[in-house]
Design a protein around this ligand. Structure first.
Ligand code: GLY
Length: 335
């Protein structure tokens, strides 16, 4: 039953190693709960998505902020975007370094400049001007990201693995009590990317879109494919044509697969609070909070629900058949 407020978050599409599944699921549930608390207290959709994505950036499990994948040179370059559906205002940063929370910097670009996107050193200079402290690059790098970087530098690296990489990006969409809609997306990008590579995330209509009249989308997946089909705006276009959130999300992902063999996932919400989390990768950690309930899943049609107030995590009971099968999944496991 759709109701407001609602928030839906994702922790990235791809192949999540079994040992990291529970951390990924716990991370997205925590982020959805924090965003929901903000919304219930009368916070705006923008406040809620930035709060949720900040938590995901701070969580080293995810490919954003701390835990970001490394470039070919072993550095961290991050992209982030926010969009406000009330006014279509948006702010983004690309290839930004030594910033703990790129999503907060993206919000400052929206709030404090007349531009939509700042990049690289200019973004760092803007952060300094805004009083955002620079962090040591090492504080953003985890043992896990170093291990994956080394593995993919090897001449023996599986090309499919190198290409698919660790696609995880984080994002959130929300509708607040006033019916305002917002979204935010943040990423370290693709594993072992070239320095200076910018993916879909900071590109409006690709890595995010929010419009109070239509809804909001935050995607994850292979950025070059997402950009070629402008996935976020494409899904909202299908909704504009009368498709449900689920139909529109599936049509957008199917189009991306058909046209450019791109994999990924999306969280989508509409103005009434209808929402969906869909993907054509093996997994995508997602969670949603609405009507006092926490929803979450990771594989195929998996969908667990529990009371948001419950302190203890119960053994999950699937509400739909656990279905790890997927329509177009042929790629090599990247782990
Ligand atoms: N979707 C994140 C990226 O490709 O950078």
């Amino acid at each position: 039953m759709a109701s407001l407020p609602v928030i839906v978050v994702h922790g990235g599409a791809g192949n999540i190693p079994r040992a990291r599944e529970s951390m990924s699921s716990a991370g997205v549930r925590e982020a959805a709960k924090a965003g929901y608390v903000c919304l219930q207290a009368g916070g705006s959709a923008m406040d809620a998505v930035v709060e949720a994505v900040t938590l995901l950036e701070n969580n080293p499990t995810f490919n954003a902020g701390r835990g970001s994948v490394l470039t070919q040179k072993g550095t961290v370059e991050m992209d982030a975007i926010v969009m406000d559906g009330r006014t279509l205002a948006s702010g983004a940063v690309s290839a930004v370094r030594r910033i703990a929370n790129p999503v907060q910097l993206a919000r400052l670009v929206m709030d404090k400049t007349s531009h939509l996107c700042l990049t690289a050193e200019g973004a760092s200079q803007f952060a300094r001007n805004m009083g955002i402290p620079e962090v040591q690059e090492e504080s953003l790098i985890t043992e896990y990201s170093i291990m994956r970087w080394r593995k993919n530098l090897s001449p023996d690296a599986n090309p499919v693995e190198s290409h698919m990489g660790k696609m995880g990006t984080v994002g959130a969409v929300a509708v607040d009590l006033q019916g305002n809609i917002a979204c935010a997306t943040s990423t370290g990008g693709m594993l072992n990317k070239m320095e200076g590579r910018v993916g879909d995330t900071p590109c409006i209509g690709c890595g995010a879109y929010a419009d109070n009249k239509l809804g909001a989308v935050s995607p994850t997946g292979h950025g070059e494919a997402i950009m070629k089909v402008t996935l976020s705006r494409l899904i909202l276009f299908y909704m504009e044509q009368g498709k449900s959130v689920r139909e529109a999300a599936d049509m957008g992902l199917a189009y991306m697969w058909d046209r450019v063999q791109g994999r990924g996932g999306v969280v989508v919400v509409d103005p009434k609070g209808e929402w969906v989390a869909r993907f054509n990768s093996l997994q995508m950690a997602w969670a949603a909070a609405q009507g006092g309930q926490l929803h979450y899943g990771m594989y195929g049609e998996e969908h667990f629900t529990r009371d948001i107030q419950e302190q203890k995590e119960p053994e999950p009971q699937s509400q739909e058949a656990h279905s790890p099968t997927r329509s177009t999944d042929t790629h090599t496991d990247t782990q």
